[in-house]
Design a protein around this ligand. Sequence first.
Ligand SMILES: *Cc1c(COP(=O)(O)O)cnc(C)c1O
Length: 545
Amino acid sequence: MNLLLDVNIIVDVCAERPLFGKASRDAVNLALARGFGVWIYAGSVQTLEYTLIGELKRICADDELCLTNRQISFRARALLKDFCADKNWLAALSAEGHVFEAQDPEDEQLIRALDRLIPGEIALLTRDEQLLNRQDPRILSPEQYLTRRPEARPIDFIDLKGQQNDIRPALETGIHRVLHHGQYIMGPEVKELEAKLGAYVGAKHAISCASGTDALLMALMAYGVGPGDAIFTTPFTFIATAEVISLLGATPVFVDIDPKTFNIDPAKLEQAIIALKSNDPSIRPLPLNSVLSTQSSALIPKGVIPVDLFGLPADYDAINKIAKEHGLFVIEDAAQSFGAVYKGKRAGALADIACTSFFPAKPLGCYGDGGMCFTDDDELAAALDSIRVHGKGSHKYDNARIGINGRLDTLQAAILLAKFDIFPEEVQLRQEVANRYTALLDGASVRPPHIPPDDLSAWAQYSVLAKDEAHRAALLKSLQEAKIPAAIYYPKPLHLQTAFAALGYAPGAFSVSEDAANRIFSLPMHPYLQKEDQMKIAEIMKRAC
Ligand SMILES: *Cc1c(COP(=O)(O)O)cnc(C)c1O
């Protein structure tokens, strides 16, 4: 249970009030020790200072100490500064201002602030009789809090709350700035984010957009992809990667994955290109191209979309070389790999165009949908910029091509700027969490992820392989019983999805992907995952075999 502290509790602790100080301090420390957030309401600042000064004066008088008013006020501020150092500030919102019709406006402010938070997750800690007499289950005295049965802190699959607490001041300042300047579309935060992320990745141009899916769509549109074109990609990915190909009337040509990295297998990619060019499905499985392309049955190979699955970049040295030999473009699907490194270069700078996603659960996520394209190519960048805004030409109502409404919201850009401040540190923390998992899973019956020696994953997921489908089911059941969340990415490869039935791929066409889909699952992964929780998870991985 998180705690919102009433002024009297903070004064208890800071002034070490003989009667109440101990219970208040114990309650606050207990919440902190259990890993819960302790909140101070920003609207209480003035009352806090005033009340603490009054209390310190009383103590001085009782103890016959001669301190000047200035000394007491200085002492009060020093005590409050120390107390607040490891607490969260809960902002005062304008809806909490109009409270003068209430009996006690200050209490009313706290109740209104409490209304914002999820009941059962937060309690208002107070000694105010009037508040306690409301019989509101969200309001507790320190004594009541201390005698509650301890709740187990749940293990999160992805912990967005812990992160939010770390960046709340920057987040709220950023959001409010947008509310006040009012440039909701393509505001200054959008440009700032593009400049920062482009520099981080090492790409000359960064073009933000409305989602990772739009980023991929815009990249294909920038190359003019359409009916009759073949785009090679992996069947072991999220639907969006291949969906955008079909959406433009082009045909996805699936290529099986490497069993160690789960990323597209470059050797098979080359064979698939040759198979398509010679129209010979005996080399590698090909789609029933006559179904989707209208007149001509021969598809024209145009490009490749490798996916950096689970945060690990695909093998771009090999892929880019093959693509170049065959005159194909390469679009990096970096939706899961923002922050990753491939042979000294950042994900997002590994192909002609890279596309990432800011879906909340991705390594760098916003609080809604968002995405970005990166490229070093000036012409492609100009095309992407135009496509993003309805194919705009020299001005808004001059349309040079068919485009989409694909802009990133200014509010999401502001949120991303706050999140990006701690992102490099989070990438490091994810790496530490992954290293701990791998060490803890030594001797377990699941295969941990394989990361090539020159690469760093962004650890969007920590995915392991069970021995077979039944083994995976048993492990998932044990995790579920221990209330540990887990997920299967991805249970069905794309070539077997109904949406792609028209491509005519049969089961067995991509055996490595199908085998992975049967055995893979992902464990909780986020920068704030605790070692004790990982030990619990590893214990289950060892026990259930
Ligand atoms: C999430 C994801 C996308 C799509 O991103 P959205 O922002 O959700 O549209 C595309 N490709 C892969 C591999 C993804 O994981």
